[in-house]
Design a protein. Structure first.
Length: 210
């Protein structure tokens, strides 16, 4: 997706400066890189580019709803690009992305799919309708593992998939629960797991299997 101001020299220069600061924040020697350092650099770049897009959108002749849609798409694209640059998927960065979206755009009912915001006939128009943030988003009603102690038996911590099945919520719901300090996690990066104790505290088992 090409944004209406990305060809401007001022935007190109500002974008290059943010990219330069991002690369300077990450050691060139991968052996010296730490997960926390890379993650913090990603957060800084995400915030910087989000504010850059917001600045140019405010000076562009677009309807307010189109500006929000463009900004949401820009922030989402930046986050995806960062995962590729970092070579790893950080759930923490997704949580930070969501907080930036809420701050700058507001919660939306669904992701916008925009081809050309100035032409409603060429896109699926999605108004950025502000809604209260939900802590947990339910999975399909067909999921029958919710609250099943069998999923947690003989384990101190479980991965995201098991946690989703046990609580009956989506990964986004899990991330919101983490941010609200409702669930405890151990490990880092792709090895992060949820403690069984915090899962049972969040949702007591509904069966009697030990």
């Amino acid at each position: 997706m090409i944004f209406p101001y990305e060809h401007k020299l001022e935007f190109i220069r500002a974008n290059a400066e943010i990219q330069s600061r991002f690369l300077q924040a990450i050691p060139g020697n991968r052996a010296r890189q730490t997960e926390q350092g890379v993650l913090e650099a990603c957060r800084i770049k995400l915030r910087g580019l989000a504010e850059l897009h917001q600045f140019f959108l405010k000076s562009h002749s677009l309807a307010e709803s189109d500006q929000r849609s463009y900004l949401r798409a820009a922030i989402t694209r930046v986050c995806i690009d960062l995962f590729g640059t970092a070579g790893q998927h950080y759930p923490e960065l997704e949580v930070y992305r969501d907080s930036v979206l809420r701050e700058m755009v507001g919660d939306t009912v669904e992701e916008p799919e925009i081809a050309n915001p100035s032409n409603p006939s060429s896109r699926k128009h999605v108004e950025a309708e502000t809604v209260p943030a939900k802590l947990a988003e339910p999975l399909d009603a067909g999921h029958s593992q919710k609250g099943s102690n069998r999923l947690l038996r003989n384990q101190n911590a479980v991965n995201f998939k098991v946690a989703e099945e046990y609580l009956g919520i989506t990964r986004r719901g899990l991330q919101k629960a983490i941010k609200a300090h409702k669930l405890a996690v151990v490990g880092g990066g792709r090895n992060r797991k949820f403690t069984v104790e915090s899962l049972k505290r969040y949702l007591p088992p509904s069966d009697n299997v030990n």
